[in-house]
Structures are given as C-alpha cells and as structure tokens.
Design a protein around this ligand. Structure first.
Ligand SMILES: Cc1ncc(COP(=O)(O)O)c(C=O)c1O
Length: 351
C-alpha cells in the first residue's frame, strides 16, 4: 500500500473520532469468508461483513452502528422520548427503539400502514418494538407524508411538557459517518487477512452507501462500492447518496466532494416495489441459509444478495474476483414471511 492511502486513512479516522458516540454496537463485526457459497456459485471469492451482528441490542443491523453517532445529540439535549417513523416492520425503527430504551428514553414510533383499521400481526420487528415498551401509532400515510406526521407528534409531546427528540431521515449525515467508519474497520480487516477485494456490495439506497462511498473515494481505494437499491419512493438514488455523502464530508470538515457519477447503484433487483420480495430474493435467502447458515431478509439484505448472485451468474463479476457483501441485517422480518418459501415439503409427519 502506498503512503498516501495510509495518511488519508489516518486523517479520516481522526475526523470521525471527533464525533460523540454512545456504546451500543458489537464492533468490529466479523469479516468472514463464505467458502460454501463461493464454491456453490462457482464464482468469485465472497466475504461477508457481518453487520447483522452489530446487535448487543436484540438483533443487529446497519442502524445499530448508526445509532452510536445519532444518539449523542438526544442525550445531550436531555431528551426523555425518541420519536421516529418508517414502515410497521421497520428494522430502522426497531434499532432506534432498543437504542433509546437502553439509554433510558421512551419511544414513540409513528408508522405508516396499509390497512390501519386492522390490528397488524405482532411479529418480527414490531414484536421487538412492543417488547421494548415502545408506543406505536400506525397511520394511513405514505413515506412522503411521514415527516409531517412525526412533526405533529413532536409538537404535541412538547405541549405536554415532554422533551422529545426526533431521529430518522434528518440526521442521515451521522449515519453516513458511521459507515465511513465501517469502511475504515473493513480496511483494517483487509490488512489483517492480507486481502484486497475488488468490490463491496451492499443493499442500500441511502446513508449506508453514502458513508462507504465517501470513505472509499477519500482514501483513494481501488475497491468499487456497488449498492443495490430496494426503495421505490426516491427518484434519483445516486443524487440522494452523493448528497448525503457531501453533507457528511462537510460535517467531518473534509475539503472533498462526492459526485453523483461516483455512485454505482443498481435498481434492477427491486422487483414490483419496496418490501415486495422477488423470486431471485427468495432463492438468494434459501441459498445463503442452505450453504452458510446465514439468514438474510426479504426486504433488504436478500434483495442485495440476489443482485450479487445475479452478477456472479450473468456478469459483470468474474470467477477470480474477490467480493465483500456487507450484510446490513433485517433478520427479524424473515419470520413474518415464512409462507414465501414453501417449506412444508421438507417436513415428514408421523412415525
Ligand atoms: C436491513 C437493512 N438493510 C439495508 C437498509 C438500507 O439502508 P440505507 O438505504 O438507509 O442505507 C436498511 C434500512 O432500513 C435495512 O433495514
């Protein structure tokens, strides 16, 4: 490695370390070689960065890493309740909820639902939210109306004398900084293992990829970051990602810019829409569980892996490439979707 890269890594490490953090995640997460999956696919050597194991809090995921950077402002404001949103089965909301509880705060989740007149199934992430004692309000709204709904709840809580703190899409630069830090963590693991992967795949259309791209470009790494998008309400994903990366770079005090053209993100694995599993995603989940015993989810990490597997089977990946898949978590939701997998055939009843 040439000296320039080392010096840039030190500068980035120093810039990140200036931010307040709370201790919530199990870090560093393992970087594991997936021998069985690689040989099953007859393809490139695949490593997995296990950010599904960030959880010292319940199940992990990418947001647990992010909460280490996003919770300090709430703590210093003396907040007594965290308000957030997202979908009813949101991993993001679950990780915010358990982080808030760990830090002694109440939680209000303002979710968006489809059939709000019906009680939802209490499973997966929602089950964990409720067990952690969060209050959950489910409203008939879309992602675009959610900020206003959350704002109304924040105002209502203030008028009742509470000290609410809202976290969600407004502090994505802090989420991105946590993933710039994850990139640095990966670089250390590459050095330890004496490997130099060509590609880093991740299921993201936002802050996760933004942080990775920021660090990747800043330290002038030769590895390419490839995102797989799974949201259907953002028109221009590369613009969103570069925007978050630039906000993070500014907060970090780096004189540095990420262009939209620096962002490689594939939209081809979304299928019919957000949270609508595809055949390829279902196959990817079965293949990964069946070869490695690692669980992926039907909304994010399974779709991401379906993109990686498709790139192995149909290009552009080549057999001698080295690839890292960053597992962003999401596992609780898998248990809400067991019917997708037609697993009854594997059960034999009787003696
Ligand atoms: C499991 C999982 N993976 C990936 C993502 C995508 O993260 P982002 O697009 O915010 O980077 C999320 C977001 O909630 C998630 O829960």
């Amino acid at each position: 490695m040439h000296e320039g890269k080392q010096a840039l890594k030190s500068k980035l490490t120093k810039a990140v370390s200036k931010f307040d953090r709370v201790d919530l995640a199990n870090l560093p997460t393992p970087l594991q070689k997936l021998e069985n999956l690689s040989s099953h696919l007859g393809g490139p050597t695949i490593y997995m960065k296990r950010d599904d194991l960030t959880g010292g809090l319940t199940f992990g995921g990418n947001k647990t890493r992010m909460m280490e950077f996003r919770m300090p402002p709430a703590v210093s404001q003396g907040a007594d309740i965290i308000v957030t949103g997202f979908a009813v089965q949101s991993n993001h909301a679950r990780q915010i909820a358990v982080a808030a509880r760990k830090l002694g705060m109440d939680v209000l989740i303002v979710s968006r639902g489809d059939h709000v007149e019906n009680m939802p199934e209490i499973q997966g992430n929602l089950f964990i939210d409720l067990l952690a004692n969060a209050r959950v309000k489910i409203l008939d709204i879309g992602p675009k109306e959610q900020s206003a709904a959350i704002e109304r709840e924040v105002e209502r809580l203030k008028s009742e004398g509470r000290n609410p703190y809202e976290t969600g899409y407004s502090d994505e630069h802090l989420s991105a900084i946590s993933y710039a830090n994850c990139y640095l963590e990966l670089e250390e693991q590459f050095e330890e293992k004496e490997i130099s992967p060509d590609y880093l795949y991740v299921a993201s259309g936002g802050a996760t990829q933004a942080g990775l791209v920021l660090a990747n470009k800043y330290i002038q790494s030769s590895m390419e970051v490839r995102g797989i998008n799974m949201v259907d309400w953002v028109e221009d994903i590369p613009a969103r990602i570069s925007g978050i990366a630039n906000e993070a770079a500014e907060e970090l005090g780096l004189d540095f810019h990420v262009d939209k053209s620096d962002v490689v993100n594939y939209g081809d694995y979304l299928g019919k829409g957000y949270a609508k599993p595809t055949e390829k995603c279902i196959d990817a989940i079965r293949t990964t569980a069946g070869t490695e015993g690692i669980l992926l989810d039907p909304v994010y990490s399974g779709k991401g892996m379906s993109g990686l597997i498709d790139h192995v089977e149909n290009g552009p990946l080549k057999p001698d490439d080295e690839v890292v898949y960053l597992h962003t978590g999401g596992v609780p939701e898998l248990f809400c979707e067991t019917e997708l997998f037609n697993l009854e055939d594997q059960i034999e009843l009787g003696g």
